[in-house]
Design a protein around this ligand. Structure first.
Ligand SMILES: [Zn+2]
Length: 255
């Protein structure tokens, strides 16, 4: 079964090895989200531009294999955010927006970005985690978005496609929160696989709203085959696996 991976980071241009490795696992396309942790959680405008420059460069160098999302820090100026979206999406063909942990998804600063994404008809992929399960974050500048924050964004923009990262991170709590919000999708990435969570998500929100993501952070980070096997070997129907592994990606990102 072919595989499209919506959640990949790279810190380097030397990425041929990753492409060859992924192809052996039948991965046909990867979506680059940028080296979002390079400068902490509150990047300057210059740092955001640098993160996106690498994504743009790689999508141009390997257009058949990579698509990319524009990374943004909602705490940057409105003028910069608008210019960076124009540069990345309209001029350089990136396909969506990636937000990490600079502010919560429920922050009004994200609403500006939500409005623009809606107008451009592109998705936002937002970091998310169940913070009750992880304890207090030791970094005071890191705003870990909980499923309830994603729901606030989704309620304010019911027509915006929001992809909540890390099914394993948001866990059962996230799935329950998202059940009635059709514009929220989840990617399968995050932490080590746990038996039953993919099956639970398929049962509660349906496979149409689940997209495979590995959270490969090349050259280190999460292991692609481990993340992939968690879906391939889960106890769900073949039709559901097809939607999660490639059909939903193709539909949402029009590739
Ligand atoms: Zn990630």
């Amino acid at each position: 079964m072919e595989v499209f991976d919506i959640h990949v980071h790279t810190v380097t241009k030397e990425i041929k090895e990753l492409i060859d490795y992924a192809k052996k696992l039948n991965v046909k396309k990867m979506c680059l989200l940028g080296d979002v942790l390079k400068y902490g959680y509150n990047q300057s405008e210059e740092q955001v531009r640098e993160i996106n420059n690498l994504t743009i460069e790689l999508t141009k160098k390997y257009p058949e294999f990579f698509i990319g999302f524009c990374y943004l820090n909602p705490r940057n100026s409105k003028k910069f955010i608008e210019e960076e979206i124009e540069r990345c999406i309209l001029k350089n063909n990136l396909k969506g927006i990636k937000l990490e942990a600079s502010v919560f998804a429920s922050d009004k600063k994200v609403f500006l970005i939500g409005e623009i994404a809606l107008n451009l008809n592109i998705p936002i992929l937002h970091h998310s985690w169940n913070t009750l399960a992880m304890g207090k974050n030791p970094n005071p500048t890191c705003y870990q978005t909980d499923p309830e924050d994603i729901v606030i964004l989704a309620r304010n923009f019911p027509k915006l496609t929001i992809i909540s990262a890390h099914l394993r991170g948001i866990d059962i709590r996230g799935i329950i929160s998202y059940k009635n919000h059709e514009n929220i999708y989840v990617d399968t990435s995050g932490a080590q696989p746990v038996v039953g969570i993919i099956e639970y998500a398929v049962k509660k929100i349906g496979s149409e709203r689940i997209i495979f993501g590995s959270d490969t952070y090349y050259p280190n980070g999460r292991d692609l085959p481990v993340q992939l096997k968690a879906v391939e070997k889960s106890y769900i129907k073949t039709g559901d696996k097809e939607k999660i592994l490639f059909k939903n990606f193709k539909r949402l990102l029009k590739v």
